[in-house]
Design a protein around this ligand. Structure first.
Ligand code: NDP
Length: 300
């Protein structure tokens, strides 16, 4: 059998960013409003620092007003909440993102719920989560990773997934649950699997669309995949790569790419699949927020 088509997340993300850039310029010309994003990072987590830097870089590329608040690991929850409040009140800021995870002494949930839902471009606030599950997406922010994954699925399967079985492995609030809501909204028949699911391979074999959001390197094997399935690999795992030299590492997804690509119809690579889409959708959400704040209808 022929290998699966590779779903090129980088090129789809580039086209999203190009559209955002143009729409940001139009908004500026028409209203003087420049979309503004604030990214807050607490502590020194190296992976978080890399993510935050690439978000800032992409925001600049889109012509956004972009600010980064870097706070010490010892920052108190009260001080972080005060900063969030300040950003909620700042008319130049349309999107607020607090990079997770936060240090152990800070309650992630309390901080996320303190963000004005109309500036919650990560889509993690309960108001936005509730709007997504009740189908009120016109005024919601949808979490960036599932939103980006949905665009990639659309490229392969179209917008209407009627008649297709979708299996999401993982049930986090950030990826698994919103992904399931989006698939359901597109008329797929959805199963959400997790660590207590008996016979996970059998559940996966039923999937026309298989979304892996687990955080376990190469867990999904080739013989778990239905021939012709569309695989979206959300996982980003850094593993040792002794073949590249001592102490070297490489990134892999939650899917054993080589063997799954032999069975699937289409598959996202890691890196270069879902990752770039997440950042592109963050820009898209910030743009939408700026349009809404300017009283304009956001572009589609
Ligand atoms: P979480 O750790 O919050 O959730 C993982 C989920 O996987 C849980 O629901 C858990 O089940 C389930 N799970 C764990 N082990 C198994 C197992 N053996 N069998 C079946 N299910 C299992 O992770 P996230 O959702 O935040 O992230 C998932 C992955 O996606 C990570 O690799 C992360 O790095 C990546 N990610 C990538 C992004 C991108 O931009 N590409 C953005 C966000 C995340 P249970 O609930 O029962 O514990």
């Amino acid at each position: 059998m022929q290998d699966a088509a590779v779903i090129d997340g980088r090129s789809v993300a580039d086209s999203v960013v190009e559209t955002v850039k143009q729409a940001a310029e139009e908004l500026k010309q028409q209203t003087g409003v420049i979309p503004g994003i604030a990214v807050v990072i607490v502590g020194e987590d190296p992976a978080s620092k890399v993510y935050v830097a690439s978000k800032g870089k992409k925001a600049k590329e889109c012509g956004f007003h972009s600010v980064q608040h870097t706070l010490a690991d010892s920052t108190s929850e009260a001080d972080l909440l005060a900063l969030v409040e300040e950003l909620n009140d700042d008319p130049q800021i349309h999107g607020i993102l607090v990079q997770l995870p936060l240090p152990g002494h800070i309650d992630d949930g309390r901080v996320i719920q303190a963000i004005n839902p109309q500036k919650d471009v990560d889509g993690f606030h309960v108001i936005n989560a509730g709007k997504l599950t009740t189908g009120e997406v016109e005024t919601a922010f949808v979490p960036c990773t599932p939103a980006g994954s949905t665009l990639l699925i659309e490229r392969v399967r179209g917008k209407d997934l009627s008649g297709l079985n979708a299996v999401v492995v993982g049930r986090s609030n950030i990826v698994g649950k919103p992904m399931a809501s989006l698939l359901l909204a597109a008329n797929a028949t959805v199963t959400v699997a997790h660590s207590r699911t008996p016979d996970l391979p059998a559940a996966c074999r039923n999937a026309d669309i298989l979304v892996a959001a687990v955080g376990r390197p190469e867990m999904i094997k080739g013989d778990w995949v239905k021939p012709g399935a569309t695989i979206i690999d959300v996982g980003i795992n850094r593993i040792a790569a002794p073949e590249r030299g001592e102490g070297k590492t490489r990134l892999v997804g939650d899917v054993a790419y080589g063997e799954c690509a032999k069975v699937a119809g289409a598959i996202t690579p890691v890196p270069g699949g879902v990752g770039p889409m997440t950042i592109a959708m963050l820009m898209a959400n910030t743009l939408v927020s700026a349009y809404r704040h300017a009283g304009r209808t956001p572009p589609n």
